[in-house]
Write a protein of this length. Structure first.
Lengths: 595, 340
C-alpha cells in the first residue's frame, strides 16, 4: 500500500495519449498503481480525467481515439490486445464506476438483469445463478429487500441506490482494479459519505486497487493513499496524500487549498438586525391535488448587518424555498419577514419594488439568470436607476472583471465570470442583503474558490449581509458567521459557525457534519469511530410523520419523539436546537420559542 | 397496467364519440344538396320532397342527430350498433363495410408486418455502422423510394412484373375472375380460403396480393428504416451503452440492449404511420382495382351518401385508434416508465 515500497505495479500506464479530432485531451500520461492501493486523481473540469479513466479500459467516447501509449495490466498491454481479449478484461480485471449512474443503466432493463449480464459475461454462470448472485451483491451493499430491488427499473430507484448498483456491476466479477469517475457527483453529502465508506470498505476487503477521480479534495484527503493532479491532459503532481495536503507542489492544488489557510471571516460585533424571519412556512400542493409537500415549516432566524447566515441541508430540505420566500418570489403561507423593521408581507406592490432593490438574489446557474440576448452592459444597466457606463465599469471592477467585457454577451464568458456578472448586478443597487442560492454549485473548483474570495471581499468592502444557501459544507464554512441546518423544511439547529462545525448537537446536524469530508488527511472519516449513524435515506417531504421528522432514522429517538412536535429550544450556549431529548439533557428552559 | 389500458380505452371512446358529432355536423355544413344529387336535377318537386322525406332530411338537424345516435325512442342508431343504410344502394352500411374493409386491412397489415420485419434488422445494421456500406445503400434507397408517389411505383411494378416478366397477375382485383372465391367468413381472402381448405384460392389470393404488397413495402420501408436507424444511433451513443462496453458485455448483448431502447420509441410512430396509410389506401386500391374501403369512401363522398361517409370515418378512426392503443400498450410493456 505504500508506494515507497514499490511493489510490482498492477497498472502501469506509459505515454498514453487520447485526442478528440485534433484536440488532445490526454497528453502522454504516465502512472502506476500498486495492488490494493487507492489513488486519487483530481483536476479541474476539462482536465481530461474522465477521458483518461475510459482509456484505461481501452475505450474512448466517440469521436475520441487513443492515439498512443501503453496500458499494462499485470504486464500485458491492453492496447495491443484484440477487441475480444480486451472485452474479457473489462469488468473482470478492471471495474468501472461512472458519474450519473442512472444514465449508465439501460432504462428498459431491470437492474438485477443488468448486474446479471455483467456476471454472465465474465463468469461461468447460467441465468438463474447470475440472478441469485446479483441479489447477493445488492444485499452485501446494504440494500434492503434486494429481491424486490433487483426487479426494479433504474427510474424507480434513487441516485444513491443506482450508484450502488454500479458498484455491484463493477465489483461483481472480482476485478483487481476499480476505476471510479466522480462516483458521488449529484449525491447528497450523507449519501456520498455512506457510498464512499462502502466503496472503501469493499475495496479494502477484496484487496482491489482503486483509481478514484474527483474534483473534491475532501474525498481525496479522506479515502486515498496517493494523489495525482491532472491539468490540461497531463499529470502535474503525484504525491502521498499526507505530504500532498501539507504542501501541494502544483499551482492548481495550491489555489484550491489556499482557502483552508485563510482564517474564516470574523463576525461583526453586535450588528443591527437587517432581517428577521418568524414562523415562515410554505407548502406546495402536488399535481394530483391531494398530497401536500411541506417545503418550509416554521423557520425562525435573524441576519445581522454585515453578517452571513449559512443555510445548509440536503436536497429537498427547503433551503431554496426559504430564500425565495424572503424576497416574496414565492408567497409564504404563514409567518412574517421583517426587513429593516418593515413587514415584507404587508408591503404594497410599490413598496415591495423598493424593498426588492434592498434585497437581491444570485442564482445557482448564472447562464439561466442572465438574458442571453443582452450584453453585460445592458444587464447591469437594468439594475441601475439610469444607464451609467462609469458605474457599470466600476461594478465590473468590483467583481474582478475587465470593464471591456461590458460589450460581450453572457455566453462569451466562462461560468465563473458569468457568476461574477450576476453578483455585479446584485450589488448594483447597494442592497442590504443578498440571497446567494447555491452560487458556487455550478462552477469548477477553481472558479468556486475565486467566487468565495470575491464574496468575502465584497462583504468587507460594502458591509452587505448574506444569506448563503448551499449543500457544500466547505464553502459554507469559508463564508458564514452563523449557520442554520435544515432537514425536511425545518431548521433543526442554528448557531455560530464554530458551534455547528465543531460540535453540532442535533442528531441530524451531527450526521451531516460527520459526513462532511474536510480536505485534511489528519481528520479522515475512515479513522473516526462513528458514534451515531442515521439509518436509511431521507424520507419524502410528502405526508411527513407526526412528531420529529428524524425519529424513524435517529439513534437517540425516545417514544415521545414519534408523537410530539419538537420545538426549537435555546441551549445554554445560545444556539437553538429542535430536539427535546438533547435540549433537556442540556437543561434548557422549557419552550422559550413556540414551534 | 390495467389502469393504464382502462384510461386509454376510455379516452379512445370519448375521442370516437366526439368525432361522430364532428363528422355529423361537418358534412351537413357542406354547401351541398344530397337530395338533388340523388333524384337528379330534372326531378319534379314532389319527387324531390318525397325523397327528402324518405332520407329524413326534412326533419330538424337535432332530430336527425338523435336518430343517428339512436337516442330517439324507436330509432335505431349508433347506440344500437346500427350504422344506417346507404342512400345509394339501400343496403346496410355495416354490411358494405364488412365486405370492403377486410380487403384493405389485409393489404396494409401484411405490408406493414413485412416492412417491419425487413426494416428493423436493416435499420439496426445501419445504426451499428453509420456511414458503412449498408447505411449508404439504405440511405440511397430511401431517398429513391420516397422520391416518387406510391401509385407511380405501383404502375412501374405492374409494367415490369406483369407486362414484361409475367410473374404477377393483372391488376384486376383480389382474385382471378375465373376462380371461385371462398365462402365469406372473415372477409380476408387468404384466411377464408384456408378456412375452406381451398388451396387454389389461397394461392391465387397470395399471388394477387404480391404486387400491391411489394409497392407498399417498398414505399413504407424507407421511413421505418430511417426511424430505427436514428434511434439505434442515439441508443448506441448513450451512457448506458458506453458503460455496458466498459463492463465487458458481449457485443451481441450490447446490440440487444440498444435495439430494445431504439424500438420502444419507434412503436408510437408506427401507429401514426399505420393510421396514415389506412387513410390513404385509395390510391393503391384504385391502381389494382381492389375495391377496398378507400375506394368505398371516395365513392360515398362523391355521391353525398351521408350514412356511408359517417360510417367510414368512424370505422377508420376506430381502427387507427385501436392500433395506437395496441402499440401504446406494447410500448408500455417495453418501457416501464410509460405506465408510472
Amino acid at each position: 500500500m505504500q508506494p515507497e515500497a514499490a511493489p510490482p505495479a498492477l497498472l502501469s500506464v506509459r505515454d498514453l495519449t487520447v485526442a478528440y479530432g485534433g484536440r488532445t485531451a490526454v497528453q502522454a500520461v504516465n502512472l502506476d498503481i500498486a495492488p490494493g492501493e487507492i489513488v486519487g486523481l483530481t483536476g479541474d473540469s476539462g482536465s481530461g480525467k474522465s477521458t483518461l479513466g475510459l482509456a484505461l479500459l481501452g475505450l474512448a467516447r466517440p469521436p475520441g481515439r487513443i492515439l498512443a501509449g501503453e496500458v499494462r495490466l499485470s504486464g500485458a498491454d491492453l492496447l495491443t490486445l484484440s477487441e475480444p481479449q480486451r472485452r474479457s478484461l473489462r469488468g473482470r480485471e478492471v471495474g468501472l464506476i461512472v458519474q450519473n449512474p442512472r444514465a449508465s443503466l439501460s432504462p428498459l432493463h431491470m437492474i438485477g438483469e443488468q448486474i446479471g449480464a455483467v456476471l454472465k459475461a465474465h463468469l461461468p454462470l447460467d441465468g438463474a445463478a447470475a440472478d441469485a448472485r446479483a441479489v447477493d451483491l445488492l444485499r452485501n451493499l446494504g440494500l434492503n429487500d434486494p429481491e424486490r430491488r433487483a426487479k426494479a427499473y433504474p427510474h424507480e430507484i434513487s441516485g444513491g441506490m443506482a450508484q450502488r448498483v454500479l458498484i455491484a456491476m463493477a465489483l461483481g466479477a472480482g476485478p483487481r482494479l476499480l476505476v471510479a469517475d466522480e462516483p458521488t457527483s449529484g449525491l447528497d453529502v450523507t449519501i456520498q459519505a455512506q457510498f464512499l465508506d462502502e466503496l472503501w470498505k469493499t475495496a479494502r476487503d477484496v484487496g482491489s486497487a482503486v483509481l478514484l477521480m474527483t474534483q473534491d479534495l475532501g474525498i481525496i484527503a479522506n479515502y486515498c493513499d496517493r494523489v495525482l493532479v491532472m491539468q490540461d491532459g497531463a499529470i502535474v503532481a503525484d504525491d502521498v496524500t499526507k505530504r500532498f495536503f501539507a504542501a501541494p507542489r502544483d499551482v492548481y492544488s495550491r489555489t484550491l487549498l489556499s482557502l483552508e489557510r485563510v482564517a474564516p471571516p470574523v463576525a461583526p460585533g453586535d450588528a443591527a438586525i437587517v432581517l428577521e424571519a418568524r414562523g415562515l412556512s410554505k407548502s406546495f400542493r402536488l399535481r394530483d391535488g391531494r398530497k401536500v409537500l411541506q417545503a418550509v415549516d416554521h423557520a425562525d432566524f435573524v441576519i445581522g448587518r454585515g453578517e452571513t447566515l449559512g443555510l445548509v441541508g440536503e436536497s429537498g430540505s427547503g433551503k431554496t424555498t426559504v430564500g425565495r420566500c424572503l424576497l416574496r418570489l414565492i408567497e409564504p403561507d404563514a409567518g412574517e419577514v421583517l426587513f429593516e423593521g418593515r413587514d415584507m408581507g404587508r408591503a404594497t406592490p410599490a413598496e415591495l419594488r423598493r424593498l426588492r432593490k434592498r434585497i437581491q438574489i444570485v442564482f445557482q446557474d448564472p447562464l439561466d439568470a442572465l438574458d442571453p440576448r443582452w450584453t453585460i452592459r445592458d444587464i447591469i444597466n437594468e439594475a441601475l436607476e439610469r444607464p451609467d457606463a462609469a458605474r457599470v465599469s466600476e461594478l465590473l471592477g468590483f467583481v474582478g472583471l475587465d470593464p471591456a467585457v461590458a460589450k460581450l454577451k453572457p455566453r462569451a464568458l466562462s461560468a465563473g465570470a458569468q457568476q461574477r456578472v450576476s453578483i455585479a448586478r446584485a450589488i448594483a443597487a447597494e442592497p442590504a442583503l443578498i440571497v446567494l442560492d447555491e452560487p458556487t454549485s455550478a462552477l469548477t473548483p477553481l472558479a468556486r474558490v475565486e467566487i468565495v474570495r470575491l464574496l468575502r471581499d465584497l462583504q468587507a468592502r460594502l458591509g452587505s449581509s448574506y444569506l448563503f444557501i448551499s449543500h457544500d459544507l466547505s464553502t459554507v464554512e469559508h463564508l458564514s458567521h452563523n449557520v442554520a441546518v435544515m432537514y425536511l423544511g425545518q431548521i433543526v439547529e442554528i448557531g455560530t459557525r464554530e458551534q455547528i462545525f465543531r460540535s453540532p448537537r442535533h442528531p441530524y446536524a451531527k450526521a451531516l457534519l460527520a459526513a462532511h469530508l474536510a480536505p485534511d488527511p489528519s481528520r479522515r472519516r475512515v479513522d473516526r469511530i462513528e458514534d451515531a449513524k442515521l439509518a436509511g435515506e431521507i424520507p419524502s417531504p410528502i405526508d411527513l410523520p407526526r412528531g420529529c421528522y428524524l425519529a424513524g432514522r435517529c439513534p437517540e429517538a425516545v417514544a415521545s419523539c414519534r408523537t410530539q412536535l419538537q420545538p426549537l429550544r435555546t441551549l445554554r450556549d445560545g444556539r437553538q436546537i429542535r430536539c427535546t431529548p438533547v435540549a433537556e439533557r442540556d437543561g434548557a428552559k422549557t419552550d422559550p420559542v413556540a414551534a | 397496467m390495467v389502469r393504464f389500458i382502462t384510461t386509454r380505452l376510455a379516452t379512445t371512446i370519448i375521442q370516437l364519440a366526439g368525432l361522430a358529432l364532428v363528422v355529423f355536423f361537418a358534412i351537413r355544413a357542406l354547401p351541398a344538396d344530397p337530395v338533388a344529387r340523388l333524384v337528379g336535377l330534372n326531378a319534379s318537386r314532389d319527387a324531390y320532397l318525397s325523397s327528402q322525406k324518405s332520407l329524413g332530411l326534412d326533419r330538424p338537424v337535432l332530430e336527425q342527430l338523435g336518430a343517428y345516435l339512436g337516442i330517439i325512442p324507436g330509432s335505431s342508431g349508433l347506440l344500437q350498433g346500427d350504422l344506417g343504410r346507404s342512400w345509394v344502394t339501400g343496403s346496410p352500411v355495416a354490411e358494405e363495410i364488412a365486405r370492403v374493409l377486410p380487403i384493405t386491412l389485409e393489404l396494409i397489415t401484411v405490408s406493414f408486418v413485412i416492412a417491419f420485419l425487413i426494416s428493423v434488422p436493416l435499420g439496426m445494421l445501419c445504426g451499428l455502422r453509420p456511414g458503412g456500406v449498408a447505411d449508404r445503400i439504405t440511405f440511397g434507397y430511401s431517398l429513391f423510394a420516397g422520391s416518387q408517389p406510391e401509385f407511380w411505383w405501383a404502375l412501374l411494378f405492374i409494367f415490369v412484373f406483369f407486362a414484361q416478366l409475367g410473374w404477377a397477375p393483372p391488376p384486376l382485383g383480389r382474385l382471378n375472375p375465373m376462380s371461385s372465391p371462398p365462402p365469406f367468413v372473415t372477409g380476408f381472402i387468404t384466411m377464408d380460403s384456408l378456412l375452406a381448405g381451398n388451396m387454389a384460392a389461397f394461392k391465387d389470393g397470395v399471388h394477387h396480393l404480391m404486387l400491391p404488397v411489394l409497392t407498399k413495402v417498398f414505399v413504407l420501408s424507407g421511413p421505418i428504416v430511417k426511424m430505427v436507424r436514428q434511434n439505434m444511433v442515439r441508443a448506441l451513443a448513450s451512457d448506458y451503452v458506453l458503460y455496458a462496453r466498459g463492463s465487458g458485455l458481449w457485443p451481441a448483448r450490447i446490440a440487444a440492449i440498444a435495439l430494445k431502447n431504439a424500438l420502444a420509441p419507434a412503436l408510437t410512430l408506427l401507429g401514426v404511420l399505420y393510421g396514415y396509410i389506412l387513410g390513404s389506401a385509395v390510391l393503391i386500391e384504385t391502381v389494382f382495382s381492389l375495391g377496398g374501403i378507400g375506394q368505398y369512401a371516395v365513392r360515398s363522398v362523391l355521391a353525398f351518401d351521408y350514412p356511408a361517409i359517417q360510417a367510414v370515418v368512424l370505422v377508420i378512426a376506430a381502427i387507427s385508434l385501436f392500433v395506437y392503443l395496441a402499440l401504446d400498450v406494447a410500448h408500455a410493456l417495453l418501457d416501464p416508465r410509460i405506465v408510472s
